[in-house]
Ligand binder design. Structure first.
Ligand code: IMP
Ligand code: MG
Length: 177
C-alpha cells in the first residue's frame, strides 16, 4: 500500500455507504415532523455529516462545534475546551450531535451536558464508530454506525496528526514504535 502507516481497511467505501444510508433512513423517519439541527463536531465528523445529511430525506439545519481535549495525540484527557461554539440558539430545538468516533466517551459526555444545559427540546447522538471496550463513561448513542475494537483508525474524516482525513475508506493505523 502507498501509505506506510496504514495497516489495512477496516470498512470499505461501500460498507460505509450502506451503513450511512441506513442511519440516514432511521433518522429521517424519527425526525419526520421535527426539522433537526445537525451539530457536527469538527473536524472529524465533516465527511460523515456531509454524506449522512445528503442521504436524508427531511429538511435539516446545520451547525458546528470544535472541541479540543487536552492530552496526547491519540488519547483524550476528559478536560474539554470549546474552540468554536454553536452559532444557533438551540432552545426548544431537536439537536442531533454528529460525531465520527467515540473512544473514552469523555468528550461527548462533556458536550452532552453542555448542550443539555441550553434547553433544547431533545438531544440525541449519532456516531459512526464506537470503541465500546474503551468507553469510560456510558454514552447513550441512539444512532451507531459500527462498533469497533480498540484500535486507532483513520480516514473518512478521521486523522492521525491531521493526515488521512480524505481517505474514502476507514483504515487501521500501524502501531507507532
Ligand atoms: P473520546 O473523548 O476519548 O471519546 O475521544 C473522541 C475523539 O477523539 C474522537 O471524536 C476523535 O476525534 C478522537 N479519536 C479517538 N480515537 C480516534 C481514532 O482511532 N482515530 C482518530 N481519532 C480518534
Ligand atoms: Mg472528533
Amino acid at each position: 500500500m502507498a501509505e506506510p502507516e496504514i495497516e489495512g481497511t477496516l470498512f470499505t467505501e461501500e460498507q460505509v455507504k450502506v451503513q450511512v444510508s441506513e442511519l440516514a433512513r432511521r433518522i429521517s423517519e424519527d425526525y419526520e415532523d421535527g426539522q433537526p439541527l445537525l451539530v457536527g463536531i469538527l473536524k472529524g465528523a465533516f465527511v460523515f455529516l456531509a454524506d449522512l445529511a445528503r442521504a436524508m430525506e427531511i429538511p435539516v439545519e446545520f451547525d458546528f462545534m470544535a472541541l479540543s481535549s487536552y492530552g496526547s495525540m491519540t488519547k483524550t484527557s476528559g478536560v474539554v475546551r470549546i474552540l468554536k461554539d454553536l452559532d444557533t440558539d438551540i432552545t426548544g430545538r431537536n439537536v442531533l450531535i454528529v460525531e465520527d468516533l467515540i473512544d473514552t466517551g469523555l468528550t461527548l459526555n462533556y458536550l452532552l451536558r453542555n448542550i443539555e444545559a441550553r434547553g433544547p427540546k431533545s438531544v440525541e447522538i449519532c456516531a459512526l464508530l464506537n470503541k465500546r471496550a474503551a468507553n469510560k463513561v456510558e454514552i447513550p448513542i441512539k444512532y451507531e454506525g459500527f462498533s469497533i475494537p480498540d484500535v486507532f483508525v483513520v480516514g473518512y474524516g478521521m486523522d492521525y496528526a491531521e493526515r488521512y482525513r480524505n481517505l474514502p475508506y476507514i483504515a487501521g493505523l500501524k502501531k507507532q514504535p
